[in-house]
Design a protein around this ligand. Structure first.
Ligand code: BEZ
Ligand code: FE
Length: 290
């Protein structure tokens, strides 16, 4: 095209693809170009505004390290991570939710009933449930990779005061599919705000808070892996999670219990609990592999 105009630029772009372009790549790039070009036309984007957008990406590149990925955070606060999650989540099983940037690999394996709270202050919670298939049959040999913040709202990778794997654990279910462990009640916390994403949230009048949650990655042979989270139903940020991770089936009541009702066996803390605690019952349904 010799005379490229606002009106024919998108078609001109599409005409530049080589014949042997991978069909899926072509589909994605065509759609991306249409939406990007329409976005610029619709908003009558100025050079200064476009440069401000590029500044966000430049700063994200500068601040990103193997431990801290600002591009993932940008995708999270734009709602794109959650949208991709929902598009690819199985309709039959438990809903998936955002992975976030704070999962670390190779969490230590613990027996069922382990206590993750250790010496930390805060309300004790007993978390338990069953991993089952879409017909309700228990799944044995399922692994649950669990992680959460300490009571100061920081993950171990953000906090030099914590051990590398504090509040991270891997459990494997027996044939009955049951799991249980104790920990400290997680707190609401803010996503990192010291980079360009923080500036963007601030400029658009948005807060950086997430409702408190426990993260899970659940895997079992023959089933689709599930990345999800569980939220308490009384968290003040439940209806305004800045990364759009909340789904109805992931919201649980933390049921208050008397110290005397703590199970007398089967938990590391059995016989040692003298304060009231809360119980969280969260069953997980895995969908079969496609
Ligand atoms: C998290 O839940 O760990 C998280 C998710 C998205 C962005 C930041 C943190
Ligand atoms: Fe989190």
């Amino acid at each position: 095209m010799r005379n490229v105009t606002q009106d024919n630029l998108t078609d001109t772009f599409l005409g530049y693809f080589g014949d042997d372009t991978n069909p899926r790549l072509r589909e994605i790039m065509e759609s991306l170009a249409r939406h990007l070009h329409d976005f610029a036309r619709e908003t009558k984007l100025t050079h200064a505004e476009w440069n401000q957008g590029l500044d966000i990406l430049r700063e994200a590149g500068r601040i990103t390290t193997p431990q801290r990925d600002e591009f993932v955070l940008l995708s999270d606060v734009l709602g794109l991570s959650s949208l991709v999650d929902m598009i690819n989540s199985s309709e039959a099983g438990t809903n998936s939710s955002v992975l976030g940037p704070f999962h670390i690999s190779n969490a230590p394996a613990f027996p069922m009933g382990t206590d993750l709270r250790g010496d930390y202050e805060g309300e004790l919670i007993l978390v338990q449930g069953k991993v089952c298939d879409t017909d309700g049959n228990p799944i044995g040999g399922a692994t649950l990779d669990i992680w959460q913040t300490a009571p100061n709202g920081l993950y171990s990778s953000q906090d030099p005061e914590q051990d590398e794997y504090s509040f991270h654990a891997l459990f494997t279910t027996e044939a009955n599919g049951l799991y249980r462990f104790t920990t400290v009640r997680p707190v609401s916390y803010t996503v990192p705000t010291d980079g360009p994403v923080g500036k963007l949230l601030n400029a658009t009048g948005r807060h950086p808070w997430r409702p408190s949650h426990l993260h899970y990655i659940v895997k079992a042979e023959g089933f689709q892996p599930l990345v999800t989270e569980v939220f308490p139903d009384d968290d003040p940020y439940l209806d305004q999670d800045t990364v759009f991770g909340v789904r109805d089936d992931l919201v649980m009541t933390y049921k208050p219990q008397k110290a005397a009702d703590f199970p007398s066996e089967g938990l590391a803390l059995s016989g040692k609990v003298d304060a009231d605690f809360s119980r969280v019952d969260f069953d997980i349904i895995l969908s079969s592999e496609k």
